[in-house]
Design a binder for this molecule. Structure first.
Ligand code: FAD
Length: 425
């Protein structure tokens, strides 16, 4: 079990985190950060074992401070309290687990819907980055309308047999477990015939084929299920209640992608505002000054909205549709920020070393990367921000319906049995 803290005031939590870091980070790390010596931090980071570091951070409860300590990786803090911990981790540029989908979505879904057995078995290795998780929702024929998905699961004794195809599955190629949404009853309207499982990705019936993106990375995949098997007691929620469980995952996904999670406010892939400012040598141009000021204002607005959402969660309840506000803002802001970064590069912004772009080489380990490559990478990667985790059009629909209370978008297939809904082959 991780530590149970008596004093949860912000100063006490900051002190606890700082003291733990002083004991566990390589000697000289915190001093180098305080002195602004980024070359020294990069060199110390290059020499440390990322895997061992993630285990230590996870076991101390610092990777997932809001999770209950009883499962071995959490500090049982409220989201507002966890901010004090996360601020110190960010301040000292502490390497975080790469298991973003697991920590941001899998863990919260498991905590809300899982059995005690599942929580005890799965949460700690997830938080310690030892078991990566992926989200198996989207299919070739079901993205925005994910409730229309076609992957079938059929009961066979104590197990279910799964057949079908998923796509755009981030980190499936390195995943141990998957959050799988399947159709278990095709004869009822689409939302009612779904069930949600935790599936073992290391079994013969699961085939993962990487897809290469514009950045040159293959961070997402096609996943084929051919008579794959999943335990009945690893269904989250009841049979036919998969949509409710999926909503828990999706709400938490929006919070993660809005920058409120461990990723950090202005750094969803590529240049952050601070990095952009540091690289801009000529600030005499009034248009550049105006663009930088605008970017600063937007990044602060997102942070304030994230804090507002966090304080709502602190007063009880799960992530709600307000996550769609900052998901939408963050996605569109990050595209503007990366566009600005590449514009300010001048000639550098139209020619770069292709081989230097690969994120897979640097993610999580954060070695000293070529700054030019990071700017180009950020520009290319940001194109996906308004698609991943739900498109901006869909976010606007959610905000209209669930925040502003506007009438629901017409959907002629909503009440039909799923089997009777026309779909492409
Ligand atoms: C980098 C990346 C990572 C991803 N990772 C994962 C993952 O790990 N797991 C996973 O399950 N999925 C993942 N996805 C898939 C993602 O959730 C879908 O791409 C997204 O939901 C859109 O679905 P689609 O691509 O099928 O587009 P479609 O749903 O076919 O949409 C096409 C266009 O129609 C618009 N549109 C569709 N419906 C409406 C509507 N009702 N109102 C207004 N406009 C509409 C959309 O905005 C879009 O412009 C990822 C995607 C990307 C880009």
């Amino acid at each position: 079990m991780s530590a149970v803290l008596d004093d949860r005031s912000a100063p006490a939590l900051q002190e606890f985190t700082r003291a733990w870091l002083a004991d566990h980070l390589p000697a000289g790390w915190m001093e180098a950060v305080d002195a602004g010596d980024s070359a020294m931090v990069a060199s110390l980071r290059g020499a440390m074992s990322y895997d061992d570091w993630c285990i230590a951070l996870g076991e101390a409860g610092l990777a997932t401070p809001t999770w209950p300590a009883e499962y071995g990786a959490g500090l049982s803090l409220a989201p507002g309290e966890a901010k004090a911990v996360n601020d110190v981790l960010a301040r000292y540029q502490v390497p975080r687990p790469y298991n973003i989908i697991g920590i941001g979505m899998g863990g919260p879904t498991l905590l809300a819907w899982g059995t005690e057995e599942m929580k005890h078995q799965l949460l700690k290795p997830l938080a310690c980055n030892q078991e990566i998780w992926c989200q198996l929702f989207s299919e070739p024929g079901a993205g925005s309308d994910v409730a229309g998905l076609a992957t079938r699961a059929v009961r066979d004794g104590d197990e279910w047999v799964v057949n079908g195809q998923k796509v755009w599955t981030t980190v499936a190629h390195i995943s141990r477990w998957g959050m799988l949404l399947c159709r278990t009853d095709p004869d009822v309207p689409k939302h009612g015939g779904l069930s949600y499982f935790v599936v073992d990705m290391h079994q013969p019936g699961v085939e993962v084929r990487p897809l290469v993106q514009i950045t040159g990375d293959a961070e997402f995949n096609e996943v084929f299920f051919n008579d794959a098997r999943v335990r009945h007691d690893w269904m989250l929620g009841r049979e036919g209640d998969g949509w409710k469980v999926a909503i828990t995952t999706l709400m938490n996904e929006r919070v993660s992608l809005s920058g409120a999670g461990s990723i950090g406010g202005d750094a969803v892939g590529g240049s952050s505002f601070d990095r952009l400012l540091a690289r801009t040598t000529d600030t005499s141009n009034p248009i550049v000054r105006q663009q930088l000021a605008q970017a600063y204002i937007e990044s602060r607005l997102i942070r304030i909205n994230n804090e507002r959402a966090a304080s709502k969660r602190k007063s009880g309840g799960e992530a709600g549709p307000e996550g769609s506000i900052t998901k939408l803002m963050q996605a569109e802001f990050n595209q503007r920020l990366q566009n600005l970064a590449i514009d300010l590069e001048g000639m550098n912004g139209i020619a770069w070393e292709g081989s230097a772009l690969s994120k897979t080489e640097r993610v999580g380990r954060s070695p000293k990367v070529e700054e030019d490559a990071l700017v180009a990478f950020g520009f290319l990667r940001a194109q996906a921000n308004t698609i991943e985790g739900g498109t901006s059009d869909v976010m606007r629909n959610i905000l209209g319906e669930r925040v502003l209370g506007l009438p629901k978008e017409p959907d002629s297939s909503r009440e039909l049995p799923w089997i009777d809904v026309p779909r492409s082959a």
